[in-house]
Design a protein around this ligand. Structure first.
Ligand code: CA
Length: 767
């Protein structure tokens, strides 16, 4: 009764506050109201009695989640060096803060998929944000909670392309969503534009759902903010926060990327060069200083604003913008000063959006208090990954360096977690699903790769001796921001990274070098540490079933590869083809040393060369998965020969490479069920049969020949045709003992011709 009364008081006042606009809503509302305070005391007392009387009541879960929130921008973590987040901090004061909380893949969609499934990206299938779509038919924790009688809701940013599954109620932003007057996708597929500021609306919708739900059932609410994602557009009420202050600049703002992989220099996420004049820096009109700002993307948020919103926006930004324009025109600012100005613009906007979100979290916590729900509700705050706030000169995420590897994780569980506790246990986003399941009394399916942290919560933050000693991380590479694919592990003290493109190890001693400015992988002092970390890395990959040969991955960060991919994509979309060649540089070489032979054999057969130099099985797999084959309805035949780079680059185990080949064949059969696949054994390499890489290729063939038993798949090993009687390769046929000469291509074409004619129905060349 009292709870109901209090809830009504809360709602009426909330609605009044909303009527006056969110900016008039005090953060601590309604706690400042003495009547409310009194009612709350009764409510809490009653709620306490209720929960004490029914110990078996399953707890509710409120999972508050944001996008790109670095721990450095939460005062409970940073001590308030940059900003103050009083409401998020409440969870630390009343609950537990995890100091070593990490993501499995530092990017929006993939992190969310890891959370929903409790599995690494290569298992849940959502590897990157490029051309990806979450398979919502798989097991997720909301589905299991729903099945066990929980009411489930998902409000806010979803960002997994497919519709949410496993929720009684959902209302989500399309894609990245907007800060101002955002659109929301409804459960019937329609879109609704909601006036106001995104973080406030997500809070309001969450409160509405809490109010409307069935009070007799436990619930799980996912309240997922867009903030503080790029382009960091603050609400009117916080536009002037930090005005007149110079926020501290990170020591590594002018990092020159020495003593680490050269891949760091390829990034396109620098505050110095990659901030847009309109989108990021909030200038209107044409870019007046292209040497200092990127051109191309305007501030789309501004276009969404009402005249009133625009007026407040311009009043805040325009005087500062005009002052900078004048200073630059007068030649008064050095290059470094411009970077510092951009950093201040960026960091202040970023923090302003966080302030608005923190206001909303305060309202949500107050609601739980006021309604008495707080005592039996577990509240979590986390973000999909961290973010660079100028460290290494960057914004954005992706790298396995600390700032973006970290995820904030704060959790309040009244009566179980000792208030104000900190845990040093290594936890990861794949642990959330099994944790939520255990909280709800549901047994976690065996397929889940994470582990429940409930025992840590119950034991004052201490992990058992059996708890993991390292976490595994993998980023699969995207064109956006040009960060190369890498994976690695992190223990409490060290971090090991591996970059397959350059085949480089990086090792960091986080105690001596917390800012990760020097890789010590080649330092003799660290030989033992490197070996130990590599051993752990291999063990982790084995444990999680990571076989890089079978995980589709792009090479879009390499310019030539991207160009070739796009060109082939256009071709396959526009021109029909009857014959496909799929492979690596040996296949690509049909356009070089093999050109004349190609003309003779395939010039009139509508053949397409899909060979990409340096491709391993995982890259060909990605191309087949993402590539556009619109015009290639059902080619008559496809010739596949790949795997020698898995051997050459990594000396990858034959069964791993064979699994990659198997997936390529499966992908082809799926896309072209009527096409006959001519699967070739990987060509011999090296001078003699004793060559270790030749042996590996031979072992791959031993595994993949069995694929020929499948319908429409024919296995053929033509390797012998390149060898002499003693099994030697001559430089006449393979000048570098790997790639073919024109003579080699003639041997290849001749060796497969009769089989190809048989499979495709092409008229024979000689006839
Ligand atoms: Ca994100």
């Amino acid at each position: 009764m009292i709870i109901a009364l209090e809830r009504t008081v809360f709602l009426v006042t909330t609605k009044l506050a909303r009527a006056f606009g969110c900016c008039s809503l005090p953060t601590a509302f309604p706690m400042k109201n003495p009547i409310t305070q009194l009612l709350l005391t009764f409510a809490l007392a009653l709620a306490f009695q209720t929960s004490a009387g029914a110990e078996n009541d399953r707890p509710n879960i409120v999972f508050i989640f944001s996008d790109d929130h670095a721990t450095e921008a939460i005062s409970a973590y940073s001590g308030g060096r940059l900003n103050h987040t009083p409401n998020i901090d409440r969870l630390a004061e009343e609950g537990m803060l995890f100091e070593n909380s990490f993501c499995a893949n530092s990017i929006c969609g993939p992190s969310r998929a890891c959370i929903l499934t409790g599995k690494h990206s290569h298992v849940n299938g959502f590897l990157s944000n490029e051309n990806a779509r979450f398979d919502g038919s798989q097991m997720t924790f909301p589905k299991l909670l729903q099945k066990a009688g929980y009411q489930t809701a998902m409000i806010g940013k979803w960002h997994l392309v497919s519709d949410p599954t496993g929720f009684d109620k959902w209302e989500v932003l399309p894609g990245q969503g907007s800060y101002y007057n955002p659109d929301f996708i409804q459960m019937d597929g329609s879109r609704k534009r909601r006036p106001g500021y995104c973080s406030d609306i997500i809070t309001d919708l969450s409160l509405d759902w809490l109010e409307e739900r069935d009070p007799d059932k436990p619930f799980m609410l996912m309240c997922q903010h867009k903030a503080p994602h790029r382009n960091w557009s603050p609400p009117a009420r916080h536009l002037k926060l930090f005005d007149g202050q110079d926020l501290p600049v990170p020591d590594t703002l002018f990092d020159r990327y020495e003593n680490r992989s050269k891949l760091l220099k390829e990034h396109r996420m620098g505050i110095d060069e990659h901030m847009y004049w309109g989108h990021d820096m909030k200038f209107h009109g044409k870019n007046q200083f292209p040497e200092a700002f990127s051109t191309g993307i305007a501030n789309a948020e501004y276009r969404r604003m009402t005249p009133q919103q625009k007026a407040r926006w311009d009043a805040a930004y325009e005087p500062k913008n005009q002052a900078l324009i004048e200073a630059l025109k007068a030649g008064k600012m050095s290059k470094e000063e411009v970077v510092r100005w951009k950093y201040q613009r960026y960091i202040k906007d970023y923090l302003r959006t966080i302030q608005a979100m923190d206001d909303g979290i305060g309202r949500l916590l107050d609601y739980l208090d006021a309604t008495g729900l707080a005592s039996n509700t577990i509240v979590i705050y986390s973000s999909d990954q961290g973010f660079y706030l100028g460290e290494h000169g960057w914004y954005d995420k992706r790298w396995m360096f600390e700032e973006s590897l970290e995820m904030p994780f704060l959790i309040r569980w009244p009566g179980t977690i000792q208030p104000g506790t900190k845990s040093r246990a290594l936890i990861q986003n794949i642990d959330y699903a099994p944790t939520f399941l255990e909280l709800a009394g549901i047994e976690a399916p065996k397929e889940i790769q994470g582990a429940s942290i409930v025992p840590i919560l119950k034991d004052r933050g201490y992990a058992s001796p059996e708890w993991r000693e390292s976490i595994y991380y993998a980023y699969y590479g995207e064109r956006t921001h040009n960060v190369a694919a890498h994976d690695g592990i992190r223990t409490l003290r060290h971090k090991l990274m591996y970059f397959p493109r350059t085949r480089e190890w990086q090792l960091f001693d986080l105690m001596r070098d917390p800012k990760e400015m020097t890789s010590v992988h080649a330092d003799p002092e660290y030989t033992g540490v490197l070996e130990d970390m590599q051993k752990r890395y291999r063990a982790q990959r084995k444990h999680f079933g990571v076989n890089s040969a079978a995980i589709p991955v792009s090479r879009l960060t390499e310019d030539w590869w991207q160009k070739r991919y796009r060109a082939k994509n256009r071709l396959t979309a526009n021109e029909p083809a009857d014959l496909l060649f799929i492979g690596d540089s040996i296949t690509q070489g049909w356009e070089g040393a093999g050109k004349a032979v190609w003309e003779k054999y395939y010039g009139k057969r509508r053949a397409r060369n899909l060979g990409f130099s340096g491709d391993r099985t995982e890259h060909a797999l990605w191309r087949l998965e993402k590539g556009n084959f619109k015009a290639v309805e059902q080619p008559k035949a496809a010739v596949v020969m790949i795997g020698t780079n898995n051997t050459g680059h990594f000396q990858q185990a034959a069964d791993e490479t064979a699994e990659g080949v198997e997936k390529i064949v499966a992908k082809l059969r799926h896309r072209f069920p009527k096409t006959n696949i001519l699967l070739l054994g990987v060509f011999p390499r090296g001078a003699t049969s004793e060559d270790p890489l030749r042996k590996l290729n031979h072992a791959i063939n031993g595994k993949i020949k069995a694929l020929g038993a499948q319908d429409h798949v024919h296995y053929l090993d033509v390797g012998q045709a390149f060898l002499d009687d003693r099994g030697h390769l001559s430089k006449d046929i393979m000048p570098d003992l790997l790639h073919l000469s024109p003579k080699g291509y003639a041997i290849w074409a001749d060796a497969i011709e009769s089989k190809l004619v048989q499979l495709s129905g092409f008229p024979s060349i000689s006839s």
